[in-house]
Ligand binder design. Structure first.
Ligand code: DAH
Length: 342
């Protein structure tokens, strides 16, 4: 009997109630007349007379313990205490908001561009970010006095005017052509550097993707079809492209690539500055001088090249209005790309 009382006492002391329902269960089990405690009082008549007094005392103590606990439970429920012990892990609780990272929008954009060109036979090539004058400029047909070589654009390595941070991924073209033989179909994504003040529209570090196709009989039409294919795959099947005559030392003829504004459907918006078109890069037929510089016979081979800004494309695609967001690593910005498939 003593053991039974002891077990009940322990049960009473360990009880916790987080709501009225549980409180009522406690009352029914330990306080009410038909409770286990009440029933023990009924058993008094079966106890030997000489033990009744001490048994009665034990039962009264149990009853008091139950009543004290009951008051305590009422008080703690009124206080709003849910009885939750923070040191106890409750495995039945739903998981808290996860802290999963997300893929950077530039990584997503680069991967998508690469994937689209891989489908039509382009491979991926890379080159160094610290370049020499030959690969960044001279082999690409930049005249000696071209303004792009000057200090305001290029980060030169101190003490050696021949070495600089590459200003464009076109340098990789040269390396691929020097080291391989046509046919060449390659895509070179990478980081480039220019000595520019940082603002919403400009940065001293950004990314480009370069494309190069060298083979027999590569024509301007091939260039246009390739860019149209890419633009439709990336921006949507109704996208139109426009090539505007332009100049780059390493291509002849050269053009600027515009796509029809997919945000306003060419009705006019502030992204396309009400022109219906947005520029995404430059392109052209590889200049015969460049082929020669890279030991490829321009009589036998022709080719096209193009270069696009990855930030520019990501900004258009995801409607990002400030270039600095890409490098600030603000979690609120990055989190928005968690659900983007790539
Ligand atoms: N390298 C050029 C730039 O940084 C972009 C470019 C234009 C690359 C035309 C090309 C091209 O391959 O054909 O502005």
């Amino acid at each position: 009997m003593k053991e039974k009382v002891e077990a009940l006492k322990n049960e009473i002391l360990a009880f916790s109630a987080t709501n009225q329902n549980e409180l009522e269960q406690f009352r029914l089990r330990f306080i009410s007349r038909k409770s286990v405690v009440g029933e023990l009082f009924n058993e008094m008549k079966n106890v030997a007379p000489e033990e009744r007094k001490s048994f009665g005392q034990v039962l009264n103590e149990l009853k008091n313990t139950a009543q004290d606990k009951f008051k305590e439970l009422i008080a703690s429920l009124e206080k709003g205490d849910n009885g939750f012990d923070e040191n106890v892990i409750d495995p039945t609780l739903p998981p808290s908001d996860d802290k999963l990272g997300s893929i950077h929008p530039l990584t997503i954009t680069k991967a998508r561009i690469v994937e689209i060109f891989k489908r039509i036979g382009f491979n991926v090539s890379e080159g160094p970010e610290i370049e020499d004058d030959w690969h960044n400029f001279s082999a690409l047909n930049f005249p000696e006095n071209h303004p792009a070589r000057e200090m305001q654009d290029t980060f030169f390595i101190e003490k050696d005017p021949d070495i600089a941070l590459r200003t464009h991924t076109s340098s990789v073209q040269v390396r691929v052509m020097e080291n391989g033989k046509p046919p060449i179909r390659t895509l070179s994504p990478g980081r480039v550097f220019r000595n520019e003040a940082i603002s919403a529209r400009a940065h001293c570090v950004f990314h480009q993707v370069e494309g190069l196709y060298i083979d027999k009989n590569v024509s301007f039409k091939n260039l246009k079809e390739t860019l149209l294919y890419f633009s439709r795959e990336f921006f949507g099947k109704d996208t139109k492209i426009r090539l505007r005559p332009s100049f780059f030392p390493f291509t002849e003829p050269s053009a600027e690539l515009d796509i029809s504004c997919f945000l306003c459907n060419q009705k006019g918006c502030n992204i396309c500055k009400y022109t219906g078109w947005v520029e995404i890069g430059g392109c052209g037929m590889v200049d015969p001088n460049v082929l020669e510089n890279c030991k490829i016979d321009p009589e036998e081979y022709t080719g096209f090249a193009f270069g696009m800004g990855i930030e520019r494309i990501a900004m258009l695609k995801y409607q990002i209005n400030d270039l600095r967001l890409f490098t600030e690593n603000d979690i609120r910005f990055l989190k928005q790309f968690r659900s983007v498939n790539w």
